[in-house]
Design a protein around this ligand. Structure first.
Ligand SMILES: Nc1ncnc2c1ncn2[C@@H]1O[C@H](COP(=O)(O)OP(=O)(O)OP(=O)(O)O)[C@@H](O)[C@H]1O
Ligand SMILES: [Mg+2]
Length: 298
């Protein structure tokens, strides 16, 4: 997908807009501000600054977060939902967030889940990439295999397929990240919720939408204040060219709204639209025909 972006000529976006959307941390140490100049951070200062500000850790990795990414990284909400278009950077940001948790909140497991093990591993690879980029000043991988990793501070990260049975053995979980969450079985969410309630762990669901169905859709629309919600459309991502989006809109028709504008469409296979089904259960609506007449005729 990224390669496709590169092939098309995109009209440049105004630079001020791009800068406004990105987060740049102030120079540290703060005392340097008083003298009107920034000085390089010592290792300890960098460590403290990143501990206090997860967005700064992203900088350290070499990724300047977009403003929504910085807001997500800095959030302390217990439960977060990201409803995002493809390729806006949801997996890489949550990988940085999971790395921060592993480095600065050691001792309790972090679970990375997706509908399939292969997808979980993509996120897991990304977390390990972040940890390696940060280097041994921040994190040392003591054990590193295909399905799990342990840091020298005792933090453990597991990459799991999104089924209820795989998470049942875990307790005291600090953070669970569910990638492609709209595609996950409801059974997994039923298994995760009580586990996190006991440990006080955080839950982050990230996905592009996939129809008006399942846990992700229900919680997005009916979950109320239980969640902090982020919605990021493709047009808001400075790395996705407008010309590419125009072409995709032409090709995809209705599905463009799902893939790029974060809209939950009626499930493709549904015979009736979600709106029609809601109306069928609405007692305030007058019937479409007179039931009395129907009974007389039979
Ligand atoms: N703030 C950023 N600055 C530069 N590059 C970024 C930024 N955020 C993400 N990227 C890059 O954009 C690409 C897509 O990121 P990522 O895989 O996290 O997106 P995604 O939303 O999870 O995509 P998908 O929908 O395909 O799962 C990656 O190459 C990533 O490194
Ligand atoms: Mg992703």
């Amino acid at each position: 997908m990224v390669a496709m972006f590169a092939l098309r000529e995109a009209p440049p976006e105004p630079v001020e807009e791009l800068i406004e959307r990105r987060y740049t941390p102030p120079p540290l140490p703060l005392s340097a501000l008083a003298h009107g100049k920034a000085t390089p951070l010592t290792k300890v200062e960098a460590d403290i600054a990143c501990a206090l500000d997860r967005a700064r850790l992203s900088h350290r990795v070499g990724i300047t977060p977009d403003s929504w990414q910085a807001e997500l990284l800095r959030s302390d909400a217990q439960q977060i939902m990201l409803n995002c278009a493809r390729q806006v950077g949801k997996s890489s940001t949550t990988a940085t967030l999971a790395s921060h948790t592993a480095i600065y909140s050691p001792g309790e497991p972090i679970l990375l889940l997706s509908p399939t093990l292969r997808q979980s591993q993509l996120l897991f690879q990304r977390v390990k990439w972040v940890l390696k980029r940060l280097g041994s000043d921040f994190a040392e991988l003591e054990k590193d295999n295909a399905l799990s990793a342990r840091l020298s501070n005792g933090s453990e990260i597991y990459s799991l397929p999104g089924t209820a049975t795989t998470v049942r053995g875990f307790s005291g979980v600090r953070l669970a990240v569910v990638d492609e969450a709209a595609f996950i079985d409801d059974g997994l969410m039923t298994a995760i919720s009580p586990m996190l309630a006991v440990s006080g762990g955080r839950l982050i669901l990230l996905s592009s939408p996939y129809g008006k169905r399942g846990f992700f859709y229900r919680e997005w629309t009916e979950g109320g204040d239980a969640w902090q919600r982020f919605i990021v459309k493709a047009s808001e991502c400075p790395r996705i060219p407008a010309a590419y989006l125009a072409e995709e809109r032409r090709k995809l028709g209705t599905f463009y709204a799902q893939e790029f504008e974060c809209e939950f469409l009626d499930t493709v296979s549904a015979l009736f639209s979600g709106k029609d089904i809601d109306r069928a259960f609405d007692n305030d609506l007058a019937p479409a025909f007179d039931l009395g007449l129907l009974q007389e005729a039979t």
